[in-house]
Design a protein around this ligand. Structure first.
Ligand SMILES: Nc1nc2c([nH]c(=O)n2[C@H]2C[C@H](O)[C@@H](COP(=O)(O)OP(=O)(O)OP(=O)(O)O)O2)c(=O)[nH]1
Ligand SMILES: [Mg+2]
Length: 309
């Protein structure tokens, strides 16, 4: 059973909530009724899982009760755990991609459709913030093996373009051990190619360098993470952190990062237990199986790409 210390286990509530999109990609949000925890804030509709209920079953019941709709199919999207004063909430967010009925606030609550951009401006629960940062990301992050794997900057750029042509929209450029002048020229062209394809790219390196090179964000090693006291980039950039330990997971939350890369080191059971401690959405490192990763609480997968010979 649960290995959590008893007081924490008692205070934690398991909540299933839904991302439901209309044909324009807008999401259905509901305003939390007066008198409830976090009253007045806009939320992803859902509620607490009752004993013995699966997250899907809880959603089916909650969305019927709260919105008058019938869920036909849902699948895991991401999970994270947030500590409110006196209450810990583990959010299990699911994509509801098949449902019927007309959504309306059956408990008198306001209900409306919002684009992601508009949702980011709404007052929403603190637990939901990191989630709003990642919902428009491709859930497969391709990490850079390093220039050493390529014969030249040109070879690297050729491979970068091939990844974009193959549909990759979330990539990393690794600044490690690259000559600064070469990095500058390659990063400029990587950025241009990514922009043209509508992809986002992160620099694995110093945040200030990522900013100077025009990256969409930064990917930090645990070494850099431990030297930081605050989020190193503004919220219109991404901050991804590669971590291994529970303390690093916590530190990533402290600096208000957006996304975590966590290796599947000791099997999926162990991975899932560690994701359950994460305040941020998680990518399963060195993994290609998105469906399995999501079934264990991850938002996505990250892997190092193989240089083409
Ligand atoms: N549904 C939902 N709950 C959220 C979100 N973000 C967030 O922090 N929460 C918190 C608020 C609550 O503390 C908890 C959800 O419990 P709830 O009070 O809505 O539970 P419920 O629908 O089963 O209602 P009830 O038992 O209070 O009648 O999760 C979110 O996006 N959606
Ligand atoms: Mg609810």
């Amino acid at each position: 059973m649960s290995s959590l210390p008893e007081p924490m286990a008692r205070a934690e509530v398991l909540v299933a909530a839904a991302v439901i999109r209309d044909e324009r990609g807008r999401m259905l949000l509901a305003r939390r009724p007066e008198g409830k925890h976090l009253a007045g804030l806009w939320e992803f509709p859902g509620g607490k899982c009752e004993p013995g209920e699966s997250p899907h079953q809880a959603l089916v019941r909650e969305l019927h009760e709260e919105l008058g709709i019938e869920v036909d199919h849902s699948e895991p999207l991401l999970s994270l755990t947030h500590h409110y004063p006196g209450k810990t909430v583990r959010l299990l967010i699911r994509t509801v991609d098949a449902w019927h009925g007309e959504a309306h606030g059956r408990e008198g609550q306001a209900v409306d459709w919002y684009s992601l951009t508009d949702a980011r401006r709404l007052p929403m629960p603190a637990a939901d913030r990191p989630m709003l940062q990642v919902l428009d990301l491709q859930p497969c992050f391709l990490r850079d093996p390093g220039f050493d794997a390529f014969d030249s900057g040109e070879a690297f750029l050729g491979d970068w373009q091939a990844r974009l042509d193959a549909g990759q929209r979330f990539l990393e450029l690794n600044a490690d051990r690259v000559d600064p002048a070469l990095l500058e020229s390659v990063a400029g062209r990587c950025g241009e190619l990514a922009r043209r394809a509508g992809a986002r790219w992160l620099l694995n390196g110093e945040p200030a360098l990522a900013e100077r090179l025009g990256a969409d964000g930064v990917c930090l090693s645990s070494g850099v993470l431990n030297s930081l006291e605050a989020r190193p980039l503004p919220h219109d950039r991404l901050v991804v952190v590669a971590v291994r330990t529970a303390a690093e997971l916590e530190q990533a939350g402290e600096i208000d990062a957006d996304l975590i890369c966590l290796p599947v080191e000791a099997g999926w059971g162990d991975f899932e237990a560690r994701v359950a401690q994460s305040p941020l959405p998680v990518l399963a490192s060195e993994c290609e199986d998105l469906e399995t990763a999501r079934s264990h609480g991850a938002f996505g997968v990250a892997r190092v790409w193989k240089a083409e010979p």
